[in-house]
Design a protein around this ligand. Structure first.
Ligand SMILES: Cc1ncc(COP(=O)(O)O)c(C=O)c1O
Length: 415
């Protein structure tokens, strides 16, 4: 089977041939490779081609693909059964580790995706405060729950603009969209402000100094809860995620990706008083047949065990070196490109910075959208032909997820 054969077959039985839209390669104008297996920094397609993988399951993989600690833990867990619908010891341990690491988190509820985590966080915030309104930021992605799909116009805060067909205006009537990196005014109708503490779905856009602190103060003043969506940043920027990096304490934190080592998982955590609002101790309903799944928790525990302070020092050094190599590679190939690094997170802005200002960095969605999508599509195709897989979308982060030596050696590749 070739990639083309499989894509044709896939499109007959799966809408667009994929189970998550970006994978269709539509925005880079080509067609996907189908992965047969992956190892360390590489994925291998069904035609036997090898790619240095900068996707890393969109940040779910931090130890490199098929890390033996993870695959062995999953195999061992599977031998004991794949799901019970009853509590297990591993769930307790994973919740303890998240609570130990994440500022402000005393209790944790495990769910099966990042979307479920943020959706539940919003319901919890509304239930806990008795208020209806949610403030989110343009360009921040929090999964595909109706109330959070509002992207809205940026620049001016907009009320109730749906981000997808099938999301009725009512579903987003209480979602306010504000520009990233500006502290919005909050009133006594606001239940929560939800934010990616480092935005990583419009390229990488770090918070400007004072933004997160300003949100904290505005929430405290208005009696609203501050939700950090750490689905990407959690356990990637460090064990304590963005909250720890910026010295912040959110009221609710959402996790996913890294904490499941590539298996479906999500989590939300908060102080006990808030978490007790969830069923069965409180009136806010939330449930899941596969929540706290034995394989996902086994994988998550195996990953978290490796995430020592030294691991993050190594990973950041690898990311810094990767950024430098990519910068050179892109310049040599004639691309105008700016690498944007925040610790272990890396983003790419394509094109000439506005006003020819070399120090310019995007601060919000309007800025981020000035990236040259066509140049990105050209780069994507050219890199793929040379055995490097960037994400098939100009707004995705570049994930570097292993400290293996081979990774750095591969980076002497040229376009
Ligand atoms: C910041 C953020 N929140 C939430 C989600 C949704 O997570 P999931 O795709 O696991 O539902 C994503 C997914 O990319 C994300 O980047």
């Amino acid at each position: 089977m070739t990639n083309a054969d499989l894509f044709e077959a896939a499109q007959r039985v799966i809408p667009g041939g994929v189970n998550s839209p970006v994978r269709a390669f539509g925005s880079v104008g080509s067609a996907p490779y189908f992965v047969a297996r992956a190892e360390g920094p590489y994925v291998f397609d069904v035609e036997g081609r090898r790619y240095l993988d900068f996707v890393q399951s969109y940040g779910a993989i931090i130890l490199g693909h098929a890390h033996p600690a993870v695959t062995e833990a999953v195999a061992a867990a599977a031998a004991d059964g794949t799901s019970y619908g009853a509590p297990t010891q591993r769930e307790v341990r994973l919740a303890e580790l998240i609570a130990e690491a994440a500022p402000g988190v005393e209790q944790v509820r495990l769910v099966s995706s990042g979307t479920e985590a943020t959706m539940t966080a919003v319901r919890l915030a509304r239930g806990h405060t008795g208020r209806p309104r949610i403030v989110k930021f343009a360009g921040c992605y929090h999964g595909h729950a109706d109330a959070l799909l509002a992207a809205g116009g940026s620049g001016v805060a907009t009320l109730g603009l749906s981000g997808s067909d099938g999301v009725p205006p009512n579903a987003v009537a209480d979602t306010v969209v504000a520009p990233y990196n500006e502290v919005p005014e909050l009133d006594d109708q606001v239940a929560a402000v939800i934010v990616e503490p480092v935005a990583a779905n419009m390229g990488v856009v770090p918070p400007v100094p004072g933004f997160l602190q300003g949100l904290r103060a505005a929430c405290d003043e208005a009696g609203a809860l501050l939700i950090f969506d750490e689905v990407i940043t959690g356990f990637r920027l460090g064990r304590g995620g963005a909250a720890e990096r910026f010295g912040m304490t959110p009221d609710i934190a959402c996790f996913g990706k890294v904490i499941g080592g590539g298996l479906p998982i999500g989590a939300l955590g908060a102080r006990t008083e808030i978490m007790q609002t969830l069923a069965p101790t409180g009136p806010v309903y939330q449930a899941g047949t596969l929540s706290g799944n034995p394989l996902a928790t086994a994988a998550g525990l195996a990953v978290l065990e490796q995430l020592t302070p030294e691991f993050y020092i190594d990973l950041e050094a690898t990311v810094t070196a990767t950024a430098a190599q990519l910068d050179t590679m892109l310049a040599e190939a004639g691309y105008e490109a700016t690498m944007i690094q925040e610790g272990t997170l890396l983003g790419l802005y394509m094109g000439q910075p506005p006003g020819d200002d070399a120090t310019w960095r995007p601060k919000n969605y309007d800025d981020a959208r000035t990236t040259d999508e066509q140049a990105y599509a050209r780069l994507h195709a050219q890199a793929l032909a040379k055995g490097m897989a960037f994400a098939p979308g100009a707004y995705e982060a570049i994930f570097v997820s292993t400290t293996r030596k081979e990774y750095m050696e591969e980076l002497s590749l040229r376009l």
